[in-house]
Design a protein around this ligand. Structure first.
Ligand SMILES: C[S@@+](CC[C@H](N)C(=O)[O-])C[C@H]1O[C@@H](n2cnc3c(N)ncnc32)[C@H](O)[C@@H]1O
Length: 242
């Protein structure tokens, strides 16, 4: 097999302003979706499927960036998120869980031009199986996946192992299914005025930090010992062709 893997692994550091100024718990995911859509190579696709579409960041960024799609399949395991996702004649909503065995039965039977997924695949419980299925759907994958570098210092201080995949494991699995792959690692910092605000953000954003495994007293202690005024996020961007 003629494999071309450009592990650019360019580490791009991006700093956001204080989280509280945004009143938006998805500030990092929003930036990530925008960056991912910027990477798309064409401005027209007949069919796209968005895995873990949430409230429609990818779809909205496609509209904003003038990317036309005839049929936009959007998939999420949460009906509530699908209800929030914009509706249009071109949008086809699918409620399905990529960790379920029956997942594949709910997907379009024909291949789509592009498979896209932003900030969702880190929740795959068996990424090998998920990728094996997803790679059959389209010859092209554009994805952003949070890595174990997310909340790194927090995990180190708390003595917790990240519940999500590390960059190397993600890259190895993806390379098994695609012949031409370009990776880019971006790091984001989200600054807070106080540690209390930071921990409130973790709780309310629903981003799992492993912090919930701690007791109240342990969390208090962790808040005292956390040395940074920001939270760390690490995202692997994937551009993959079969
Ligand atoms: C962080 S949000 C990202 C949403 C959107 N892609 C964005 O960029 O803003 C993750 C989404 O993945 C969905 N999700 C998580 N696990 C899933 C699973 N096993 N199957 C399908 N969707 C899943 C969640 O419901 C949520 O809407």
């Amino acid at each position: 097999m003629n494999k071309e893997v450009k592990c650019i692994s360019k580490v791009v550091k991006e700093f956001t302003r204080f989280a509280h100024q945004y009143d938006d718990y998805n500030v990092i995911q929003s930036k990530v979706a925008k960056t991912l859509v910027h990477k798309l190579p064409c401005d027209y696709y007949k069919t796209v499927i968005d895995i873990g579409c949430g409230s429609g960041s990818v779809y909205k960024n496609c509209l904003n960036q003038d990317i036309k799609v005839d049929n936009f399949f959007v998939l999420d395991s949460s009906q509530r998120m699908l209800d929030i996702h914009p509706t249009a004649d071109t949008v086809h909503k699918i409620c399905a869980n990529f960790n379920d065995k029956s997942f594949f039965d709910l997907l379009p039977t024909h291949q789509v031009d592009l498979l896209v997924s932003s900030s969702s695949l880190q929740w795959s419980t068996a990424l090998n199986i998920t990728m094996d299925r997803l790679s059959l759907l389209s010859p092209l994958l554009y994805a952003s996946i949070f890595t174990s570098g997310t909340f790194k210092t927090l995990h180190d201080v708390a003595g917790i192992v990240s519940p999500i995949y590390d960059t190397k494991t993600l890259q190895e699995i993806i390379q098994e299914y695609y012949t031409e792959v370009v990776f880019e690692v971006r790091q984001y910092h989200l600054a807070f005025k106080s540690t209390r605000d930071m921990f409130k953000y973790i709780k309310q954003s629903g981003v799992s930090s492993g912090e919930r495994k701690l007791t109240y007293t342990q969390t208090k202690d962790l808040m005292k010992r956390y040395p940074l005024h920001y939270l760390e996020f690490e995202v692997l961007f994937v551009e993959a062709k079969k």
